[in-house]
Design a protein. Structure first.
Ligand SMILES: [Fe+2]
Length: 398
């Protein structure tokens, strides 16, 4: 998040300012534009240029074509609002505010380099967050790192679902300290999706808590953990790399966040899985017993049970597993919490333990993503593999 007060940067017609104040360089957009945090009245848009630029966004509410109008539209009429900044930067971030809920807007990003040359994105479209009574859909995927071709295949499938947003359970790059990977492994392969659909990331271990995670992201503070509402659901995003021991700052925040939410549906996302049937991450099952869950997040389980969390989304293990509803260490179909490990997002697959875990409802060793849909008290989740086959389905009613 580039912490900046919008009031200080709202300037009209700024892109015609004198060239002399800018550094050398001809601009090229090397990442994005892409969408981050959205609410019913706002949208965050980011992009990166290869040289320092001043930038802006032209945007406008989508309308029907006026009767009798033929040919290409006058873009100035479609993009009739704008926001711009006098700051010279390479990573550009704007929050469009005062938008209408559940409404389509066209937008176009502009950057102006030191030589007076201007670059602009295509005219793109986004939709603000839906009203609390409206149906919506979101994709869950994760562990997309290291294999950008495969990730692009899955990201394009996710885009084909036309979700309202994407929840990514982390490890979007192999090494978060390598700046180039953020474009090569994440923002580049997912560009068709991310320029039209907001993406929320739960930070993984491979992000290494690097500054680039914060530079390329814009989520509610402090960004490595945060929460947001969408429709009638509340999403709590946890940093499972950080301290989650009793009394820790983040654990206190999670309790307060879940206690405060009155949303019909409560979801949590973090990278490490509290329950997992992985073959050797939690004890090598060739020779020993496995703990069948990540020790880092065990402290969260009673909190989720106490505060009525419906589903915990996680990754880290590179395949799919859905648990039965769990409460007090056993299956409780009426009052349990479901854990879905959706880590088949591109990285090399892992193997399951040779025997079934007591909590397992479904496993799949393949690359995959999940699509969740919600309307009022009905939740449905379809899980698809790389070839588009639906291999798991879940319906919850409340
Ligand atoms: Fe991981």
């Amino acid at each position: 998040m580039l912490r900046r007060t919008l009031s200080s940067i709202l300037l009209t017609g700024l892109l015609s300012l004198s060239n002399s104040i800018f550094a050398e360089g001809e601009p090229r957009i090397i990442a994005g534009p892409y969408l981050q945090h959205t609410t019913q009245t706002s949208m965050v848009i980011m992009w990166e240029t290869d040289t320092p630029c001043i930038s802006g966004i032209k945007y406008g509410k989508a309308r029907f074509r006026p009767s009798g109008q033929k040919g290409k539209p006058d873009l100035a009429k479609i993009l009739d609002l704008n926001v711009s900044s006098i700051e010279t930067r390479t990573i550009h971030e704007f929050t469009l505010e005062g938008l209408e809920p559940e409404t389509d807007y066209f937008y176009q990003a502009h950057s102006l380099g030191s030589d007076g040359k201007k670059i602009q994105s295509d005219v793109l479209i986004f939709q603000t967050a839906v009203r609390a009574t409206s149906p919506f859909a979101f994709v869950v995927m994760g562990d997309n790192r290291s294999y950008p071709k495969r990730f692009k295949q899955l990201a394009d499938k996710a885009w084909a679902e036309r979700p309202n947003f994407v929840l990514n359970v982390g490890d979007v790059v192999a090494n978060g300290k390598n700046k180039d990977e953020w474009i090569a492994q994440y923002l580049g392969p997912a560009s068709e999706l991310m320029k039209r659909v907001p993406t929320y990331v739960a930070i993984g271990n491979h992000e290494r808590n690097a500054s680039w995670f914060y530079e390329y992201s814009s989520y509610p503070s402090p960004e490595n953990y945060y929460s947001f509402d969408y429709g009638n659901a509340h999403f709590t995003i946890v940093d499972s790399n950080a301290d989650l021991s009793p009394g820790s700052e983040q654990l206190q925040w999670i309790i307060a966040d879940l206690s405060a939410s009155k949303a019909k549906w409560k979801f949590v996302a973090h990278h490490h899985p509290p329950f997992s049937s992985d073959k050797d991450d939690y004890g090598n099952t060739d020779f020993w017993l496995s703990k069948r869950g990540d020790p880092r997040v065990q402290s969260l389980i009673p909190i989720y049970e106490k505060h009525g969390v419906d589903i915990v989304w996680c990754g880290h293990i590179h395949d799919y597993e859905r648990t039965w509803p769990i409460r007090d260490g056993k299956v409780d179909q009426a009052n349990g919490v479901i854990y879905i490990q959706a880590g088949g997002g591109a990285a090399e697959l892992e193997q399951f333990a040779p025997t079934r875990s007591w909590f397992t409802a479904k496993v799949l060793r393949n690359w995959q993503y999940c699509l969740a849909t919600i309307h009022e008290g009905t939740f449905r989740m379809m899980a698809y593999d790389l070839d588009g086959r639906m291999y798991d389905y879940l319906e919850l009613k409340k």
